[in-house]
Design a protein around this ligand. Sequence first.
Ligand SMILES: NC(=O)c1ccc[n+]([C@@H]2O[C@H](COP(=O)([O-])OP(=O)(O)OC[C@H]3O[C@@H](n4cnc5c(N)ncnc54)[C@H](O)[C@@H]3O)[C@@H](O)[C@H]2O)c1
Length: 294
Amino acid sequence: MNGSASSVDSVNARLGNPDAYLTDHVLDQFLLKDHVVVITGGGGGIGLALAFAVAEAGGLVAIIDAVPEPHEHYNLLLEIAPKSKFYQSDVTSYDRLKATFDEVIVNFGRIDGLVTAAGVAMDKPFLEKTPEGLQRTFSVNVFGTFYATQLAVRQMTTQQPRRPGASGAGSVVMIASVAAHQSSNHQFTSDYCSSKGAVVSLKNQLAVELAKDDIRVNCISPGYIATETLLRFAQARPEIAEVCMTEPPAHRMGNRGELKGAVVYLLSEASSYMSGSEMLITGALHVGRYWNGS
Ligand SMILES: NC(=O)c1ccc[n+]([C@@H]2O[C@H](COP(=O)([O-])OP(=O)(O)OC[C@H]3O[C@@H](n4cnc5c(N)ncnc54)[C@H](O)[C@@H]3O)[C@@H](O)[C@H]2O)c1
């Protein structure tokens, strides 16, 4: 055997069947059949919409949220994925969160995916921010993301991929924000923007550090998405609503349903070679502001 044939053999040995694209149907690659996915902040808002995405793709959802009861739509989620569970906990308290993850592992036996959607934002000018407020934003958005990821990854590293030939032991999807990259017009969110920058950096580092464990780490960075929280913000200061509806080149806010496809992609085999990436879903806001062409 000559040198080039043997190097092709060694490439193929690492890649598996080079002709798998002929038989691996693309829609099957997106299925999350019986995958156990933990979603922090899934009691409402974007997290709950992403829970529906996971359930509709065949997965089981463990929602962790600080609220005592999830939004009423959670009952509809149970109709799609009856084994899903809601856990009241707090991502800022390591001990409490660890006890919740222990419970999830007892209930489900494994964790295939994590989505960190728990997050808070305060609208207050820079000079009025307090140490307590800053602490709260970073506790939820950064420490909470860090703790949840560490607890999920600790479990993922002990388990085999769900099926032979599957690419990974687990997939982590952090919800960052376009605010990690650019200022938020008319919003006083210096603490929030910097906390989301930290989330993007954490994703970069972990994608490299955890690659040897077959764990992929990516993030979704939404632009303005119409959740109750953002709409409350906008009610308090109507100029925020105006900005959200007119500033993105798409000339509107996003609907949280428009994030569903992305999370299924990142959690599933469809993205098996993707790690360390960021999906910016912003109506093109991250590359420019609305221009009507004239
Ligand atoms: N809505 C947007 O326009 C937008 C844009 C970019 C990024 N995001 C991010 O998306 C994520 C979800 O945002 P949303 O708009 O759905 O907000 P939301 O307030 O509707 O949802 C956030 C959820 O996190 C939960 N949570 C807060 N603190 C927690 C804690 N300590 N422990 C556990 N759960 C806690 C809340 O109870 C809530 O259910 C956040 O990380 C947010 O920063 C939102």
